[in-house]
Write a protein that binds this ligand. Structure first.
Ligand code: HEM
Length: 245
């Protein structure tokens, strides 16, 4: 794996971690939450600068279903993050002197709604790039030979995480959060901090697994051996990745 790609993936890992931290508002408290959110938005701006070629090629994007889904999902993610950003500014304590008139209950609800949708959409965004991420992980661990046992072990782990993800979605009341239902039933961080993050990770894992295996299942059989994605190290900065999988 090239050092440029490892740096990019480290930035992506940091953005994803900050998103998770942001969700733990009642553990972090307001100041840390606002700092984490600001850092995440700065990293996401950088993320899109690094992926600028994808945006510049958007008008000529391939019209096949797979390309369209990726494009639609990325635009949805953009909308979700913009909603999160605008509502963050409106309800910010740090900016309350300037914008106190805008930070009502509904804006807070929209902020929470966008945050939980961001968790789900970012996970689908990762699921669409799973073969590339697995390729990077193989490179990192020096696993250059395919192994059936490893593949089945990973599939079993994915299945277990997906089952846990369904349970975690109920535990965190994800359905209510994604449909903007009013609830005062927040996770009690005094009981467990790690538990909250593990439930969020399991939900993300469920969405990643559904996206990745869903794509593999829907892929039309071509009768040819599918082309392996190029080694991640072969992809320069800002270059659009081939549809993975
Ligand atoms: C926590 C949030 C996010 C994470 C963890 C994440 C993760 C990733 C990863 C791992 C990749 C492939 C490697 C790379 O290019 O860095 C990627 C690509 C990309 N991401 Fe994100 N991303 C996030 C948010 C966003 C947002 C908000 C947008 C904009 C709406 C975005 C747009 C893109 C684009 C355009 C690509 C290139 C797509 C392609 O080559 O097919 N990402 N992202």
């Amino acid at each position: 794996m090239s050092s440029a790609l490892s740096r990019r993936l480290l930035l992506d890992l940091a953005s994803a971690s900050l998103l998770l931290f942001g969700l733990s508002y009642w553990w972090l408290g307001n100041t840390a939450h606002e700092v984490a959110g600001t850092a995440m938005f700065l990293l996401l701006i950088l993320h899109n600068v690094l992926n600028r070629r994808w945006w510049s090629r958007l008008p000529q994007a391939r019209r096949e279903t797979r390309g369209l889904f990726n494009t639609a999902l990325t635009l949805l993610l953009l909308g979700c993050m913009l909603a999160l950003l605008v509502t963050s500014i409106m309800i910010s304590n740090a900016l309350s002197g300037l914008l106190s008139a805008f930070g009502g209950f509904t804006v807070r609800q929209i902020h929470t709604l966008a945050a939980y949708w961001a968790l789900v959409i970012v996970a689908v965004h990762l699921g669409l790039r799973w073969p590339m991420l697995m390729g990077a992980a193989r490179g990192l661990f020096g696993l250059d030979r395919p192994s059936k046992a490893r593949a089945w072990l990973l599939r079993a782990a994915a299945a277990a995480i997906a089952v846990q993800g369904v349970c975690s979605a109920f535990v965190l009341g994800l359905g209510g959060r994604l449909s903007m239902q009013v609830s005062l039933d927040w996770w009690n961080f005094e009981d467990s901090v790690a538990g909250f993050f593990l439930h969020c990770l399991a939900i993300a894992g469920l969405c990643i697994a559904l996206t990745h295996y869903g794509r593999l299942t829907l892929r039309k059989p071509t009768g040819r051996t599918p082309r392996r994605p190029p080694a991640p190290s072969a992809i320069p900065d800002g270059e659009e990745r081939p549809p993975a999988g």
